[in-house]
Design a protein around this ligand. Structure first.
Ligand SMILES: [Zn+2]
Length: 191
């Protein structure tokens, strides 16, 4: 499990690991929720423009339906932006591990109100290994563990949208109000 705030290099780290698996001649399948429209529809992408082919799926059931027909040919499964999937991703992960698969997932640990995000806390708890990355505070340059929402965007889950979110340290993170003091909105429901 690779986690941390936005701009901490989670997708980059996921891509790095998947590429290493391919160098080791392991076959890789990669998925992302179709909510992630950053840069590519059929790839995961990091802010630093690394990419890896990925299938966009709407729900965990869709992921299962896309994966299982090719499961015999797959050794490593990557999932990006895993926070947007429902808790069913936890059960699926356990099932896949028991089938001998290696799963590498990346996702936000907390929302922009600093709440644990979707299935990520459970995935962190059961993972063999957790890598928690930090970003750099856009105000002071200190290590940042929070994602600050800027402005009043109604688009709650715009992924990778530069200008709508910033990484912030604890001192410069203001979870309960936007920079202009307005209240934040509810999170979208999981898929
Ligand atoms: Zn700071």
């Amino acid at each position: 499990m690779i986690t941390g705030p936005m701009f901490s290099g989670k997708s980059e780290e996921l891509i790095r690991r998947l590429k290493r698996a391919r160098i080791a001649r392991q076959r890789v399948a990669c998925f992302k929720p179709d909510i992630d429209l950053r840069y590519h529809r059929t790839a995961i992408a990091s802010h630093s423009s690394l990419t890896h082919d990925a299938s966009a799926v709407t729900t965990v059931e869709d992921l299962r339906a896309a994966l299982f027909p090719q499961l015999d040919q797959v050794e490593v499964i990557g999932v990006d932006e895993v926070q947007f999937f429902s808790d069913a991703i936890v059960t699926l992960s356990v099932e896949l591990v028991h089938l001998g698969k290696r799963i590498v997932m990346a996702g936000l640990d907390t929302t922009f109100t600093a709440e644990p995000f979707g299935p990520v806390p459970d995935l962190m708890a059961i993972a063999d290994e957790v890598t928690k990355l930090s970003a750099v505070c856009m105000v002071c340059g200190a290590p940042a563990i929070h994602t600050q929402r800027l402005g009043q965007s109604q688009e709650l889950v715009v992924v990778g949208a530069a200008g709508l979110y910033e990484a912030r340290c604890r001192a410069h993170f203001h979870p309960w109000a936007d920079e202009d003091g307005s209240e934040q909105l509810e999170l979208p429901s999981a898929r």
